[in-house]
Every structure is written in structure tokens, then in C-alpha cells.
Design a binder for this molecule. Structure first.
Ligand SMILES: [Ca+2]
Ligand SMILES: [Ca+2]
Length: 287
């Protein structure tokens, strides 16, 4: 991001405060670095004089790592340890979350913010705003949205390409520095999540027949807090129609003519979007 977007940092920080309690303890967490006791295997790339330093407190929360840019190399990146690499297929449609902080908001420059390599592909991501001087939380979707192939000017990857990368990650880098000249940069609470799962808790059973022309479904999510939902209902089997918000956890169909219908609901949450909406197919046969 360029300097022109720095005004958005304040808004992002507010989001970070709201999401903060979800931290690394979410049920959807696949792997996390919280830097509670050490640097957790993270290293720094791009400045020849820059080792990562573990700091025991003052992070977001607790321990974190930081690095001083001595301006003796290229753009500095945090380099993820092995536990965030390899087969992370379960993270598809989940999120990569992390907290960043920089020491000075002047002289900002643009560069790839997240770089993931795997399966012969390189994907790069451009975050919406650079970090502030307090920890700023990022939540990057592990879907094609917002990603580019090879460079920020490259095309959007396909779903299959994102899945290919996630199946065999060989490198994961998160940008550490955002300004030209010297700076001190920090990272904390790196979390890779699986997407939420959605379940239907009441309503017509799958492949059942109901006399109710306005059936009601209720549903739940694996997302521990703050889950939102999207629902759709359409005639027949081939998927059609748009998902609309049904955040209350209940959906009642408008009056349906006799026939076969499909109901779908999915979760949107801090850990991502459920990529496999739960399905109930049912037949209305009203008296
Ligand atoms: Ca921490
Ligand atoms: Ca710098």
C-alpha cells in the first residue's frame, strides 16, 4: 500500500480490537505462532544485518518478535517456519491472520505484502493498508480473492491454483518493513485457520416431503463467536440464486408452490467462509 491509504489504518486497528478476543484459540485454528516463549522458528529475509529478536511482553498479546531495519538489503520479510508450510489444504477458504506493527508511518512504499509459494506457483497479496504504530490485525482470505499470480500486476489465481499452493507450501513470507530508511518492525499472533463449518439444527429433513409451504430452518456454526450466515433456497437441484444474509440463525421460506426445493446455508466468520454450504433438499406437497 501507498501512503495514501494510511488513513485506513485507524479503522483496521478498530477491527483488530474487535477480533482480538478470538486470538489463536479459535476452534478453527490449524497452526499458530503466538511467540509466547521464543521466536518460534521465524526468521527475517531482506536485510543482511537483521536477526529477529524475541520480546517477552508488549505484544498482541504477550511475547512477539521484532527486527531493526539497518537499510543494508532488500525489502524485509518475516519468513514462516516449517509448521506453516507443507500441506495446509484444510486452510482453503479459511484465513491467514497476523498482527503487524511498524515504528514510523513516514516514507511508506508499496510491495507484495504476503507471498506464498508452492506447487510451482507464487501467489502475492496486497493488504488494504499498512500497519500502524500499534499492532494492526490482518485477516487474509485463503481463496482467490485479493491474490495475484507472480506479481501484484498478475492475474487472479483460480480456486484450483490456490488449492495447489496450499497443498504443498514451500515458502510463506509476510512483509516486515513498509518505509524506506531505518525502522523497527514487529509481528505477533500468526494464525492459519480452517473455514467454519455450518450445520442445520432443525427444519425439513434431507430428501423429505413436507406439507409446510413455508418451512423454517435453524442452523449453527463451528465459529465460536460472531458468526454470520447466508442462505438461499431455489427450486430443483442445480444451484441457482444468490445467498442473502440470514444472520439470526433462522430462515423461513416465502410461500412455496408444490415441488422439489434445495435450501443451502453457509457461515461467514473470522476464520473464513464455509466453502461447502450445508444442503437440505425437500419436497413441498401442501394439502
Ligand atoms: Ca504473542
Ligand atoms: Ca525500511
Amino acid at each position: 500500500m501507498g501512503t495514501k491509504r494510511r488513513a485506513a489504518v485507524a479503522a483496521l486497528t478498530v477491527i483488530g480490537a474487535v477480533l482480538g478476543p478470538l486470538g489463536a484459540a479459535s476452534a478453527a485454528t490449524l497452526v499458530a505462532s503466538t511467540f509466547t516463549a521464543n521466536a518460534d522458528g521465524w526468521s527475517v529475509l531482506g536485510d543482511s544485518a537483521a536477526p529477529a529478536t524475541w520480546v517477552s511482553s508488549g505484544g498482541h498479546p504477550g511475547g512477539f518478535i521484532q527486527v531493526d531495519d539497518t537499510v543494508s538489503g532488500g525489502v524485509m520479510y518475516w519468513v514462516a517456519p516449517a509448521k506453516l508450510l507443507g500441506d495446509q489444504s484444510a486452510a482453503y477458504s479459511g484465513r491467514l491472520r497476523f498482527d503487524l506493527r511498524q515504528s514510523d508511518l513516514s516514507s511508506q512504499f508499496d510491495a507484495d505484502d504476503v507471498v506464498v509459494e508452492g506447487g510451482g506457483l507464487t501467489l502475492v497479496y496486497d493488504t488494504a493498508a499498512n500497519p500502524g504504530t500499534t499492532f494492526t490485525r490482518y485477516s487474509v482470505p485463503l481463496t482467490p480473492v485479493g491474490w495475484h499470480k507472480a506479481t501484484l500486476a498478475g492475474p487472479r489465481p483460480s480456486v484450483a491454483e490456490v488449492k495447489t499452493v496450499l497443498a504443498s507450501i514451500t515458502s510463506l513470507r509476510i512483509r516486515a518493513e513498509f518505509r524506506t530508511g531505518a525502522d523497527t518492525d514487529a509481528i505477533d499472533t500468526v494464525v492459519m485457520t480452517a473455514p467454519p463449518e455450518t450445520s442445520i439444527t432443525s427444519g425439513p429433513a434431507h430428501n423429505s416431503t413436507t406439507a409446510d409451504s413455508t418451512p423454517t430452518f435453524t442452523f449453527a456454526s463451528s465459529e465460536p463467536t460472531g458468526a454470520r450466515f447466508q442462505c438461499r433456497i431455489f427450486p430443483g437441484i442445480p444451484a441457482s440464486g444468490v445467498f442473502t444474509a440470514c444472520d439470526s440463525g433462522t430462515f423461513t421460506a416465502a410461500p412455496l408452490a408444490d415441488g422439489l426445493y434445495t435450501f443451502q446455508v453457509r457461515t461467514l466468520g473470522a476464520s473464513g467462509v464455509d466453502p461447502t454450504p450445508v444442503v437440505r433438499r425437500f419436497t413441498v406437497d401442501a394439502p
